[in-house]
Design a protein. Structure first.
Length: 101
């Protein structure tokens, strides 16, 4: 029982102990603990980056689509590059980069 008398008085305060217990519970054991919040923030950041990437890609594709709908030379260029189409009296040569070993 002598051990109990050596405990400082502020550690005997039930309100302080309850506050510390509540803080530990909220920070580490609750459903929305600190680690979960950190993971959610990093996931949110990743999703925002992905959103900006896809928004830029949509704008590029929209621009290409508008050009294809309005300009016949763009249609021809697109068909030659993407689908390797050619005119009747043309020869098509496909040059591929050399493979590194």
């Amino acid at each position: 029982m002598k051990l109990f008398f050596y405990i400082p008085s502020f550690l005997k305060n039930k309100f302080l102990l309850a506050t510390i217990g509540f803080s530990v519970w909220v920070l580490f054991f609750d459903h929305n603990d600190i680690l979960t919040q950190i993971n959610r923030r990093s996931e949110l950041s990743s999703l925002k980056n992905t959103k900006t990437y896809y928004t830029q890609e949509i704008e590029k594709e929209r621009k290409i689509s508008e050009e294809l709908q309005s300009d016949p030379t763009t249609i021809e260029k697109y068909a030659r590059e993407k689908y390797m189409m050619k005119r009747d009296n043309e020869d098509l040569f496909i040059v591929q980069p050399a493979e590194k070993h």
